[in-house]
Design a protein around this ligand. Structure first.
Ligand code: ATP
Ligand code: MG
Length: 406
């Protein structure tokens, strides 16, 4: 079967990734195995989108893959997946999942390969994700994935009710593909989602969080919002359960988010019933997300109540985009990255370490005071006074300033 959509253009962009994948498949074939590019890489190539990771399905077992390639990381060996490193790139090789398990045959016939590949594809979630490509770029599309792409539809492979009962996470994945691709959810698939939405409660929150982040950062976030409301999934998700104010707020949001920290900070500020702590605890998010969300909330409060120089000084470069987006979403769209850069340039110091005095100096200035919280507090007062140019960043000046009771 020839590809019905021209894949050449994007393939050029991802030439290196495909070339290396083809080498891996060739090596598998030389050893008597089969290999196909599957999943997101095929979908995104056909849709002329940037490729994330490259998945290869093979009939070689993980140990056989390990024996064939020099650099193999056993990332998910119990699920039949290993990571092959090849020319500095990573490839996930997953053994075909078939009903009957595997025989040890070394040179199975072509028909057997195709049967196994079809079975493997039939277990995949959506038709657009159930397309394979061999190393000559021939497309194998037994479930009409390309037709659904043309119709811009997310549709389960097989009976949606069965597929969602097998793995309810697929409902959340349908929503995230809506957000990333701007597709609609096929009618039969949406009907089954409505009927089975409650099953999402059984899914480990860590798995949900991965899909939720991909959803909130998707270009077509507003499509996903409609999907979440229509399917009824929202009310079964952590923090949303029994939280009407949050539902109301969610219904008003249309623009995608830069990531978890941005999402949480906005929800914390705009909805009294959802704090940073709630989100991080209920979605089991990392300490980094917690730290960034708290800092964003703090920066927003600083922006509202303090001179802009102080806010800009406290803003790390890594959170610049998140902060600007947060401000825009909260109705302050005047401040641009350029403005912030120019404020930053004019700051007398960029970091605390550039202060002309440190904690030890403070102790020397006040030798009779015991160590304690005053030290940190005094340093903070000093830091702010320097940043706001109320005092010059000079050792003697600071000593005098402090001694005169500031
Ligand atoms: P991305 O570009 O975000 O990686 P992806 O489609 O490759 O998108 P993955 O989570 O990497 O998503 O999964 C790879 C492939 O595995 C999918 O395209 C799909 O074929 C299959 N798959 C993943 N999760 C499921 C699931 N829960 N049920 C059935 N098939 C799944
Ligand atoms: Mg993938």
């Amino acid at each position: 079967m020839k590809p019905s959509i021209n894949v050449c253009l994007v393939k050029m962009m991802c030439k290196e990734l495909f070339k290396r994948a083809e080498e891996i498949i060739e090596r598998l074939e030389q050893a008597g195995f089969a290999g196909y590019i599957v999943g997101g890489a095929v979908r995104d190539t056909l849709l002329h989108r940037k490729i994330g990771d490259m998945d290869i399905a093979t009939d070689a077992k993980p140990e056989e893959v390990q024996a064939l390639f020099p650099k193999v990381v056993p990332t998910g060996i119990q699920h039949g997946t290993v990571l092959v490193r090849h020319h500095g790139l990573s490839f996930e090789l997953t053994t075909f999942r078939t009903e009957s398990g595997y025989s040890d045959f070394r040179r199975p016939d072509q028909v057997r390969f195709v049967t196994e590949l079809q079975t493997d594809l039939s277990r995949r979630d959506f038709t657009i994700n159930a397309i394979a490509m061999d190393r000559f770029q021939t497309i194998i599309d037994p479930f009409g994935g390309q037709t659904d792409m043309q119709r811009r539809l997310v549709r389960t492979v097989g009976n949606p009710a069965d597929r969602f009962q097998e793995d309810p996470l697929r409902m959340m994945r349908a929503i995230r593909f809506q957000a990333q691709l701007g597709f609609a959810i096929a009618e039969n698939t949406m009907t089954a989602m409505r009927a089975h939405a409650h099953l999402i409660r059984h899914i480990a929150v860590e798995r949900l969080a991965i899909e939720w982040e991909k959803m909130m950062t998707g270009d077509y976030f507003s499509h996903a919002k409609e999907g979440l409301l229509q399917s009824g999934l929202l009310r079964y998700l952590p923090v949303f359960t029994d939280n009407q104010p949050l539902h109301r707020l969610f219904a008003t949001v249309d623009q995608p988010f830069t990531g978890w920290a941005n999402w949480i900070a906005y929800m914390d500020i705009a909805c009294p019933n959802s704090s940073v702590t709630d989100w991080v605890r209920e979605w089991k998010l990392s300490n980094q997300v917690k730290k960034d969300s708290k800092l964003l909330v703090h920066l927003y409060q600083s922006f509202q109540h303090e001179p802009i120089e102080w806010t800009v000084y406290q803003l790390p470069n890594a959170l610049m985009d998140d902060f600007l987006q947060l401000l825009t979403r909260l109705g302050f769209s005047d401040l641009t990255a350029k403005d912030i850069a120019s404020y930053q340039e004019q700051l007398p110091i960029k970091i605390r370490q550039e202060m002309a005095v440190d904690g030890k100096d403070l102790q020397q200035f006040f030798p009779n005071r015991p160590r304690g919280a005053w030290l940190r507090e005094q340093l903070e007062v000093l830091e702010k006074a320097i940043v706001l140019q109320e005092i010059v960043n000079d050792y003697d000046t600071i000593r005098e300033w402090l001694k005169h009771g500031n």
